[in-house]
Design a protein around this ligand. Structure first.
Ligand code: ZN
Length: 482
């Protein structure tokens, strides 16, 4: 690409507190009835005084500590003054000069994204343009929000999407927000610019896919404008999901004059050591730490680590499996070499992601509820050491383990799964396969020796993987060379 791409994101998270940020109203912004969770404080009636919800403070500190941010031990709130019908007070309580968290960081595995700041602010109400006019609902007014501002160093549309997904996963892990985009609990605004144009802000993004696609669209649009000798103006554009493009909403003046000043009704706050210690102690393991365990300790790829660490129970299953397999590693050989960890984790990941996840859709239990990690490890040992030599057979065994809770050995000892040495039956099967594919046999006889693999595959399928491939191949060759 000719131009340098600069992407920054501003993300708002609705905090999952019981009450609003500065009053006792319940924090339920999507009520069926409008204007039932309101009071004189969140409507900003004269004389009503705000009191900071300590839970909201704890939540932003949790996030700040989890992301290695600098905590501003002394902070205050400011009023952001502007007029809009969804803002009953005529100002929003926010933070500008002293955001509670500065210089944090998000670990995406292949990329670290810097966070410039994270601050607290209150949400606005909602405007509904309806047939009977404009309706206002203030249930959401005063709901606590966290705003997370990234440094403009995200490099691709895909990375922007991954960044948003990561914030959602972190918010859920920390229990500070449900962060559902479609419910408005998480809102993303994207700033996209090419180095010779101005910044364009994209709004109205209701899904991770929309984040990625809107950026891809903007890159194309802005490149075209610049190529044609035009200018890219500072503006806000909305994402039009239906038509798959951004639409100009308003040309923006340089950061509007909000006449910020310190909120006189709230004190300067100080955060003490005890509170920080208490929060630190309760911090759960972050998604990035879980992924790192899988990549660093067991050799999983970034992609597999991401998929396998999404659910704690699956993560535990994988860890237990890998511990057992690692202890048996010297016994697993491929040719003369011991199978290395990377190969092992690749195979384990393949079987869980490609097979077990697939089987799950037709079962009433999760796979880890029916198969013990130790049994799965034994199964993987049999596969890796080639004691189960065909994929078909392995899959049948795993299916049965899933259905019945039996171990791999138990399933193998079932009569129906026994290896067969019945020569007559093998002969018959081979004959049948060759009869079914006369044209392939002709190809072979004409000198296309590689088709033997195809015939072998068919024969293995027909014998349900119960016959050793080498034996089968020998027999097929015998017939073909006759
Ligand atoms: Zn209220």
């Amino acid at each position: 690409m000719k131009y340098k791409l600069i992407i920054g994101l501003e993300i708002h998270l609705q905090l999952a507190t019981a009450s609003k940020m500065f009053c006792d109203c319940p924090n339920i912004s999507l009520e069926e009835k409008p204007n039932i969770n309101i009071c004189s404080v969140c409507l900003g009636q004269p004389g009503a005084l705000p009191i900071l919800n300590e839970k909201a403070l704890e939540m932003i500190l949790k996030l700040g500590l989890a992301l290695n941010g600098q905590i501003q031990r002394k902070f205050y709130f400011e009023r952001k003054n502007y007029f809009y019908p969804d803002l009953p007070k005529g100002y929003q309580i926010s933070q500008k000069k002293v955001p509670i968290i500065k210089n944090a960081e998000i670990d995406l595995g292949e990329k670290q994204v810097k966070i410039i700041e994270i601050h607290l602010e209150e949400d606005t109400g909602k405007i509904y343009h309806q047939d009977d006019g404009v309706n206002l609902d203030f249930n959401r007014a005063g709901v606590p929000l966290i705003e997370i501002v990234s440094a403009p160093e995200i490099e691709t549309a895909r990375q922007a999407k991954e960044y948003c997904e990561e914030i959602q996963a972190i918010a859920r892990t920390l229990g500070i927000s449900e962060a559902n985009m479609e419910k408005g609990e998480m809102r993303c605004e994207v700033n996209v610019s090419l180095n010779s144009g101005e910044r364009v802000e994209i709004k109205n993004l209701n899904s991770f896919r929309a984040v990625e696609r809107s950026i891809e669209y903007e890159i194309k649009r802005q490149t075209k404008v610049l190529e044609e000798g035009g200018f890219v103006f500072l503006e806000t554009r909305g994402w039009d999901e239906k038509n798959n493009k951004t639409i100009s909403q308003r040309k923006k003046e340089e950061s509007g004059d909000y006449r910020y000043f310190p909120e006189p009704d709230l004190p300067v706050f100080e955060i003490d050591d005890d509170l920080l210690k208490k929060i630190k102690k309760l911090l759960p393991e972050l998604p990035s730490e879980k992924r790192k365990k899988l990549t660093n300790q067991y050799g999983f790829s970034q992609l597999y680590a991401k998929i396998l660490s999404r659910e704690d129970k699956i993560l535990k299953f994988v860890e237990e499996t890998m511990e057992i397999l690692k202890s048996k590693m010297v016994e697993i050989t491929e040719g003369d070499d011991v199978v290395d960890e990377e190969k092992m984790s690749k195979k384990v990941g393949d079987w869980i992601i490609n097979k077990l996840f697939g089987m799950e859709t037709t079962m009433s239990n999760k796979f880890y509820e029916k198969i013990k990690a130790s049994d799965f490890a034994d199964f993987m040992f049999l596969v890796l050491s080639r004691r189960i030599f065909s994929n078909q057979m392995a899959e049948n065994i795993l299916k049965k383990m899933y259905k019945t809770g039996e171990t791999a050995e138990e399933v193998l000892n079932d009569e129906s799964m026994q290896k067969t040495d019945d020569c007559d039956q093998i002969k018959k099967t081979v004959e049948l396969v060759l009869e079914n594919y006369p044209e392939v046999v002709v190809d072979y006889k004409k000198g296309k020796k590689s088709v033997i693999k195809y015939l072998l595959g068919q024969a293995m399928f027909a014998t349900h993987g119960k016959v050793e491939p080498k034996k089968l191949e020998k027999m097929i060759l015998k017939y073909l060379e006759e």
